[in-house]
Ligand binder design. Structure first.
Ligand code: ZN
Ligand code: ZN
Length: 278
């Protein structure tokens, strides 16, 4: 059903968040898209709350199967990391990938070419690792994130855009504000900037499991949510705080199950493949 929806999509829908609409037959799959030893957790709290600590984080990505198409949310660490037996050290991080996203998708009978829509919470390397594999899908991207990813400065440095340069030629749906992916209120990309200029989270309204909120990197840990810590590398502190306020309001009003994508305590409780939430 690739591209079937394009003609009916509102290209930059700035919706006000309506009460949960759930579409029957939506399935939410969770993939292990990496494991990250954070060897300097102080980077994740500019107020010093995590000084002297380390953390073992996950790196989840997700597939939403909707009757009108498949949406891949985040693409995790690059598949090459799966080949490094002892992981790969990148600055303050040790990166591991037990199984590639391709291999996990194939467990549920899906190949990269089947994916209709791809969207990323934001453009950091641990969310864009395999993005070029999905250049054939329609890329749904926040205008501000797109502008940052393909800025003149980054275009001048091929290494900076190597993980996603093929998407420059992809079909795109660029949006500002929020974006209702399938036009029925069941899957909404939420504009929650601050971690990066066009950072987003995802609300998925499931028929049986109810609403689920995928955090992106608005928070990295359960503790970050409790303490409202702001990473030292966020692009805008004020926007981050506003985004946290908005996320919490949505979470409260909807009663959503919040999944912090790097928090193993959250993602370990999601169904293991080939299982899913519906
Ligand atoms: Zn990030
Ligand atoms: Zn991340």
């Amino acid at each position: 059903m690739k591209k079937a929806l394009l003609s009916s999509l509102c290209l930059s829908a700035a919706i006000s968040f309506a009460p949960a609409t759930s579409a029957a037959d939506i399935k939410l799959y969770t993939f292990n898209c990496g494991e990250i030893d954070m060897n300097d957790l102080s980077l994740f709290a500019r107020g010093g709350e995590f000084d002297g600590r380390t953390n073992k984080a996950g790196d989840a990505c997700f597939l939403i199967r909707h009757p009108k198409g498949d949406l891949l949310w985040d693409t995790g660490l690059p598949k090459a990391i799966a080949e490094a037996e002892d992981g790969f050290t990148n600055g303050p991080y040790k990166l591991m990938l037990p199984k590639t996203l391709d291999a996990q998708l194939s467990e549920i009978g899906v190949s990269a070419n089947d994916i209709d829509f791809v969207s990323i919470s934001h453009s950091h390397f641990d969310h864009t690792g395999n993005l070029n594999d999905y250049a054939g899908a329609t890329w749904i991207v926040h205008e501000n994130e797109y502008a940052d990813m393909f800025s003149a400065e980054k275009r001048a440095n091929p290494q900076a855009i190597a993980a996603y340069d093929k998407l420059d030629k992809s079909e795109k749906i660029k949006f500002t504000g929020d974006h209702d992916v399938f036009g029925d209120g069941s899957v909404t990309i939420l504009s929650l900037p601050g971690h990066t200029p066009g950072h987003t989270s995802l609300m998925v309204n499931l028929e049986n499991s109810g609403p689920v909120l995928l955090s992106g990197d608005l928070y990295h840990l359960t503790e970050s949510r409790e303490l409202r810590t702001i990473p030292t590398f966020n692009t805008n502190v004020e926007d981050t705080l506003k985004s946290m306020d908005r996320f919490e309001k949505l979470a409260k009003e909807s009663g959503a199950r919040v999944i912090i994508q790097h928090e193993k305590d959250d993602t370990d409780k999601m169904p293991k493949l080939p299982g899913y939430l519906d």
